[in-house]
Design a binder for this molecule. Sequence first.
Ligand code: ZN
Length: 195
Amino acid sequence: MNREEIVKLLEQVGAVRTGHFELSSGRHSATYIQCALVLEHPQHAEQLGRALADLFKEHSVACVVSPALGGILVGYEVARALGVRSLFVERDRSGQMALRRGFELKPGERVLVIEDVWTTGGSTRETIGVVEEEGGLVVAAGALIDRSGGRLELNVPARALLEMDVPSYEPDECPLCRAGGMPTRPGSRYLRRSL
Ligand code: ZN
């Protein structure tokens, strides 16, 4: 899939939302890419997963690990395309990302970390940390969409299927907040605060 086809697909399913959003990174933005709305169609998820997996064919990946919840479906489809296992990390009671449910990595297992959208890459960075603690070797990281405008710095080779430069702001610098608006939180990370 080329860039135009992906953008067209996201627009077609209504995944590009406009309004005033608090992203899972805590930053505010007038645009939110709701990947769930494209991944709810298994045929699109499979197609995107295959396209993303193609970027990592040379890395001899043995296992995909994704941060819950947003990364799970796309990680699963990438793993399917690569013919490898798909694991995910999730927050434990203390709010820390962890491998649970009996998921285990072999020592030195070559891991590809997959997420849906990168804004600051925080969840991917946390996931890389967990994989390393568990003895895995992170060989690369990927996302469907990099909305950082290519400013992301991860310590592993990183590729996204689609790069978008979408402005986001710290809450105290957000022009939408200054105009008196209240952001909505469409992501899943706020669940952490209620644990
Ligand atoms: Zn705001």
